[in-house]
Every structure is written in structure tokens, then in C-alpha cells.
Ligand binder design. Sequence first.
Ligand code: PGA
Length: 242
Amino acid sequence: MDLIVGNWKMNLGGRDSLQLIEGILERLKKPIPGEAVICPPATALFMAGDRVKETPLQLGCQNVFYENKGAYTGEISPEFAREAGSRYAIIGHSERRQFFSEGPEINRKIEAVLNLGMTPILCVGESLEQRDGGNAWSVVKDQLKQGLQGISTEKLSGLAIAYEPVWAIGTGKTASPEDAREMASRIIEELHHLQGLRVLYGGSVKPGNISDFMSLAEINGALVGGASLKADSFAKLIYWEK
Ligand code: PGA
């Protein structure tokens, strides 16, 4: 099933998050064609989780730590994120890699999320320099390996991978559908042993271009930043049409 995920990043507090949820729900009168997930900031997670219960919207978190409890000041417990209602967790977003130097711990985060029965959305993607140097696939392949190594095939069933070229995030530039298709098919080939794998595209997705990506057989969803912050455009993304 298609998976449309709104990554609100650090843009909305509790009140604004609730307001946006109301706006989206008002626009979801007819049945939604796939799954729609919102990922508010951690401080809004619990309230958002309460509000979306028994609605077509599902909840995800933008990041978690790899331990559930303990002396880890300031971290987000995967168990608490799930308690708030999260069923999905974005892991290894390029902004986490860039600003918080995330790398090796991504693997433990993926495992922690899976242990709680949540679905991780592992983000991978190359920089412009890496693409221009012809290294896009080797970078993505390494990120997949680093993120997933040592985790059993059974545990990983239902995993989502978001291919987000770093140069396309928040820039208004997108990968060409052909490049996105090629990368998605390599990811699928690499992870062919996983059941129920979904590959999402992310990077400047908006109502005007979502069908370029979603109509590709290899791509089953979108991870959306900027265009998920307005009720109107997020609803349009949920009801995208070929
Ligand atoms: P964008 O962000 O849609 O604003 O490019 C995507 C993301 O970072 O997940």
C-alpha cells in the first residue's frame, strides 16, 4: 500500500501541530487510497497521537534513541514514542546525519524500533558531490549496509526505505523520475530477500510532482517535508492521482 509520510521537522509546536492535524482531517472526507503518516516534533507527539486515534491519519516520530529507558538526558525513547501512538519512526534522516553526526548508531535505532513492533523508515541518499562523482549508488549501498547489518530478515519484513538525495531536500530540486527509478530498483534488488519492502522517494515532493514518482512501479510512497506543513497540500499528496 502507498505510504505518504509528512516530516514536520522542527517547525511546529504543540498548538500549531494540532491546528494542522485539524486542517488535514477536515480534508479527508473520502476514504484515503493508501496510508498517511504525520511525524510531528517530539514535544507534540502525545497530543497528536491522541487526536489521530481512530482517524485515517497515523503517527510517526522523526527520530528515536536506541535505548528505551535510562540516564540519556534529552533523548527520545522509542518506547515512549510508541506509547504516544507512533507506529512509524524516521531513522537516519540526512539532517540527523549532517547536524548530529549520526552514523553507526542508526543500526541500533532500527533494531530498537523493530523490537517494539514499529516500522522504521530508513533514510538514505547521496550528496550532489557524491552523485557528480558517480558514487551515488555506492553511498546508498553503504548506508543500507550500515543501517541494516546484523538484523534478521524476518525482523526486517515490512521495512520502508526512503531514498532522499540530499541535494533535493528543501531545495525545490527533485531527482529526475528516471534517476529515482534507477536508485529504487537497485535498492529493491539489494534487499530482494525482504518481505513487504517499500521504497519511498523524498526531496521537494509536492502536489505538482508527486505523480512523477508515485506512478513508478518501484516507488511506493513519499517522504515529504515542506509540502506536508500545509493542510491543503498534504491532503492533495494523500489523494495523489496519476
Ligand atoms: P522536503 O523535505 O520535502 O522539504 O524536501 C523532505 C525530507 O527532508 O524528508
